[in-house]
Design a protein around this ligand. Sequence first.
Ligand code: F6P
Length: 319
Amino acid sequence: MKRVGLLTSGGDAPGMNAAIRAVTRAAIYNGLEVIGFRRGYEGLLDGDVIPLSISSVGGIILRGGTMLRTARSDRFKKPEGIREGLRRLKEFDIDALVVIGGDGSFHGAYELHKLGFPVVGIPGTIDNDMAGTDCTIGFDTACNTALDCIEKLRDTASSHERLFIVEVMGRNAGFLALEAAVAAGAEFVLVPEIPFEMDTLCQKLHYAHERGKTHSLIIIAEGVMPAADLQSKLKDTGGYDARIIVLGHIQRGGNPSSFDAVLASRLGGGAIDALIRGDYGTMVGRISGKIVASPIQVAWEQKKDLDEDMLRLVDILGI
Ligand code: F6P
């Protein structure tokens, strides 16, 4: 193995740049060359390459976004796209590919692996919805960003004695919502994994009010329903006049937290270690503090469970 390809794919996540730096420098340290593909699999298909050097990845460790840029590629989901990708990898003399992204991006890498091409995945998504790692790159920073916004809302909520609904990202998972809810001391959290009844929510809001609570925060994961829908349901069912805020893409931006910068650095180094060991078709993750390589399909074949104790804690602490 002489030359490693590297790309970031899917939604950007804070810490991706730190992972790019770590992959590049760990590879060079081990005598390998690194070629970056811009705009994920789109750049691979278009042959949009950029050689990466020790200095070209300097100064990016704490920068948000991804210097390689990213995309969601429909072309790469088709068999002819995968074949074309393989052809491009050969054209650029790439011996192995490191993919930084979410499980959608790993599906593409898995297809290359099935065709015999060496790949390793690094989990990068704010959603934290991938098994094979306790935490994905970007999740911690996104939680902190959400927390920052929720803190500010709390000031207005308490001053005006209002009910606020905060919609956070997470696609079909509630990890971001739950973490933010516990950290912000929110009174209620709604996640896609656990169904809820409008009547029960209204009852809880009613009891909270009777106990003297003058304001409340409901954190809702985007996978449950849009905040605006919950707002009108609360109006119809309980007569509540809630304000809403959708945090949206702001959660993907910003400099990585120290946790994410360290995680990304360790996973980047771990990906090169996995390639050198010949652990192809794997993803590297951090499990109980250790960097571990698992089969890449673990990311979507195994389900990562939401911690139900944390859910109960929101109820207990939000009294
Ligand atoms: O997967 C990351 C994520 O930010 C999800 O939380 C969200 O549902 C989705 O990407 C939004 O994607 P896009 O930026 O393509 O609208």
